[in-house]
Structure formats: structure tokens, C-alpha cells
Design a protein around this ligand. Structure first.
Ligand SMILES: [Zn+2]
Length: 116
């Protein structure tokens, strides 16, 4: 694979889903289209930024989906060290048996070293 002098920057939104929605509902399609349009609009005057127009869907109600909530800040997170990670959720890891996002794990480490 030839290397390119580019970076891919991604973000995402988390959407509450009704049990009856399967991803091809008009509401879900509308939300996805609005997200893609917002990205295109935000960078329409910057030739150095090229929106991919890719929309990725990760269903949090799949049993093998790798996600949880940070024990300290309660944000949705994904453990990047485990399979099926969701790279647009905050990276998290198990610290002393507790799932923590990177920021909260760092805060706990800094707090612990300040106490020492
Ligand atoms: Zn956190």
C-alpha cells in the first residue's frame, strides 16, 4: 500500500433508536444525511479538506459491539485494545477492574501521584 500524506479525522453522533427502527427508517436516514451535509458545509471553502461522504453505522444493541460507559464521567466509550472497537467513541480501558475513558484514567493517575 502506498502511503499518503493525509489524515482521516472522524466524528460521530449517538442516536436514540426506537426498538422498531432498523437503520433504514426515514428518521435515521435524515439524521445521517444531516450529519454528512454538516461536514460538507463546514469545509466547503477549504480545498485541503475532502469530506469522505462515508457514513458508518455501529449498532450498540449488537451483543459483540465493544462499548460501555466510563465509570467516572458516564460518556460512551470503546476499549480500543479489544475487538469490534468503535473508533468514533472515546478510547477506554479497564483500570483496576473499572472501565475508564482516557481522560478519567489520566485524572485518576494524576490524582494518585499528587497524593503520593
Ligand atoms: Zn471518563
Amino acid at each position: 500500500m502506498t502511503l499518503e500524506n493525509k489524515a482521516v479525522i472522524s466524528t460521530a453522533v449517538v442516536v436514540d433508536v426506537d426498538a422498531s427502527e432498523t437503520g433504514n427508517s426515514s428518521r435515521m436516514d435524515s439524521i445521517a444525511r444531516r450529519l454528512r451535509d454538516a461536514v460538507e458545509s463546514a469545509f466547503s471553502r477549504d480545498a485541503s479538506v475532502d469530506p469522505t461522504e462515508c457514513l458508518a453505522w455501529d449498532w450498540l444493541n449488537d451483543s459483540d459491539t465493544n462499548f460501555g460507559r466510563c465509570a467516572d464521567c458516564n460518556r460512551l466509550v470503546s476499549n480500543y485494545e479489544q475487538p469490534h472497537q468503535i473508533r468514533t467513541l472515546i478510547d477506554a480501558r479497564i483500570v483496576d477492574g473499572t472501565l475508564l475513558c482516557d481522560e478519567c484514567a489520566y485524572s485518576r493517575r494524576e490524582g494518585a501521584s499528587a497524593d503520593a
